[in-house]
Design a protein. Structure first.
Length: 119
């Protein structure tokens, strides 16, 4: 267990753990539905210049969505690991507490508000 302490109560830890697990479940569902891991297919049936442009835009949008989901998934998994390791809620920059309010809004946060706003 880390010698640096955070300001979270056991109830707050449990609330955040449940929120992280819900986020992980939601991301896993979305990634399956969106075919994450597979490149999005270009609609070859699109006819005309505008239809092809729209198909390319949709393909780009889908790729961006898949990448955001992969990044967020990795962040949530990392947050759950930090929770299990006893170092969750501790800023990785200044080693101070991250704060419950920030963690409820952004449960995968690695930095306190002060350190998170400087980068």
């Amino acid at each position: 267990m880390s010698s640096v302490q955070n300001d979270l109560t056991p109830e707050q830890f449990e609330e955040i753990r449940c929120e992280l697990q819900r986020a992980l479940d939601r991301l896993e569902r979305n990634m399956k539905l969106n075919g994450n891991g597979r490149p999005p297919e270009l609609d070859q049936s699109a006819v005309g210049r505008l239809s092809r442009i729209e198909a390319l835009q949709n393909q780009g949008f889908t790729q961006n969505l898949q990448e955001r989901e992969r990044v967020q998934f990795a962040q949530v998994v990392d947050a759950l690991k930090r929770l299990a390791d006893g170092c969750y809620g501790i800023c990785t920059s200044c080693r101070g507490p991250v704060g419950f309010e920030r963690l409820m809004v952004f449960p995968e946060a690695r930095h306190c508000t002060d350190c998170g706003n400087t980068g």
